[in-house]
Design a protein around this ligand. Structure first.
Ligand SMILES: Nc1ncnc2c1ncn2[C@@H]1O[C@H](COP(=O)(O)OP(=O)(O)OP(=O)(O)O)[C@@H](O)[C@H]1O
Ligand SMILES: [Mg+2]
Length: 358
């Protein structure tokens, strides 16, 4: 994504001063966790825009766009060059595209490639050729791409901030564990890259990145992005021109989830009352919620509906006739339900909760 575009997307930015300061603080790799709609992407984009400059190249990668490590590796190199061009006012990306459109013949101009991109450029292009001829694996291509970016950063005296959003999608790349191991390994030894990983499936991030492999990441910091508090809601109301007296109701209906807060305020600005506005937002996304609901097993459906009605463990057990632990865990793993106290649960998304109740 172009920096200009990122900037447009986050032109309205509320609060998160602490989180931005924490991101700006040091060069550690970061994992950002938070439920859907919490504003992870918004925060990342704002940080990237604020960091962008002659010494810092921000690269935003939405992992949902890629289906394999190969696609990711290629895009990483291209996006890095595009972002560098944007901050440095150069046009290296089209030069690279020219080389990579015909790798075999490009490799006869090794000096030119090296001059533009460093040794990593020659290496990466050779890897691509070998990959096409099935002599090298995706994993080698991934490693080559990371080496490329790191070498390029060093050659040009910049640091590259790579944000990998929707990281849980690497589950679909195949050989996820090896891909992650390669990224980890590269991050131990390469300089000039700062990784920011984020995604909307906290359980995946916890199990695959934090629990299993945290000891292997050098300097990995975890950041939680939670709901807006009252101050942030007030700031948002002010920014959208809604009277402060409505803030308490807005906070209660939305539970401070930034996506809902901003949407409800926009509706209220047009004159709607808070609860009518919330209902409207939820109805707008009815298809989304019904697709979630129809993906559930019957037991999950029964349990989540009762959780929405406020029932606790013992009522849930009575309803299904057996201990609902496995079903509850599955709902929690899917990020739909959270445990709020011993034996007490809540639907994470107030929109989904609303639909389940009505
Ligand atoms: N700090 C903020 N200031 C203003 N608006 C925000 C902020 N954070 C989030 N929003 C609003 O909420 C919407 C959803 O936020 P965002 O896409 O960043 O959430 P997310 O956590 O990345 O969600 P997902 O997990 O679904 O990708 C944004 O499009 C924006 O309108
Ligand atoms: Mg997001």
């Amino acid at each position: 994504m172009q920096i200009k575009k990122m900037n447009e997307r986050v032109s309205l930015f509320i609060d998160r001063k602490k989180e931005l300061a924490e991101l700006a603080e040091n060069g550690k790799h970061v994992v950002i966790v938070g439920y859907r709609r919490m504003g992870k992407t918004h925060l990342i984009l704002r940080h990237l825009v604020k960091s962008a400059g002659r010494k810092a190249v921000p690269v935003y990668m939405d992992m949902l766009y890629f289906a394999s490590w190969e696609e990711f590796a290629n895009a990483l190199v291209e996006e890095t060059l595009l972002a560098y061009d944007e901050v440095a006012g150069k046009d290296l990306s089209s030069l690279f595209r020219r080389f990579s459109s015909s790798v075999a013949s490009a490799l006869s101009s090794v000096n030119e490639i090296e001059a533009g991109f460093g040794a990593g450029g020659v290496n990466f292009l050779s890897l691509r050729l070998a990959f096409a001829e099935r002599e090298k694996s995706e994993m080698e291509l991934l490693k080559g791409a990371l080496d490329f970016v790191s070498g390029f950063a060093e050659k040009n005296g910049v640091s590259v901030i790579i944000a990998l959003d929707e990281i849980q999608n690497i589950q679909n790349f195949g050989d996820m564990e090896r891909g992650l191991a390669i990224m980890r390994g590269e991050m131990q030894f390469t300089k000039g890259i700062r990784l920011i990983m984020s995604g909307s499936l906290p359980s995946f991030i916890h199990s695959e990145i934090l629990e299993k492999s945290k000891p292997f990441w050098k300097q990995l910091k975890t950041m939680e992005v939670g709901p807006f508090g009252m101050d942030a809601v007030k700031e948002a109301a002010k920014a959208t021109g809604v009277a402060e007296k409505h803030c308490e109701e807005v906070l209660a209906l939305t539970r401070g989830i930034p996506d809902y807060v901003m949407k409800i305020l926009m509706e209220m600005k047009k004159g709607a009352g808070a609860s009518a506005a919330f209902e409207h937002i939820v109805m707008d996304e009815e298809l989304f919620f019904s697709s979630i609901i129809s993906s559930l097993s019957q037991a999950e459906h029964i349990i989540i509906r009762r959780i929405a009605m406020g029932e606790g463990y013992s009522r849930l057990e009575k309803a299904v006739g057996y201990p609902p632990t496995a079903v509850l865990n599955s709902l929690i793993r899917k990020g739909l339900v959270t445990r709020t106290a011993k034996g007490a649960y809540a639907v994470v998304d107030p929109g989904l909760e609303f639909v389940l109740k009505h």
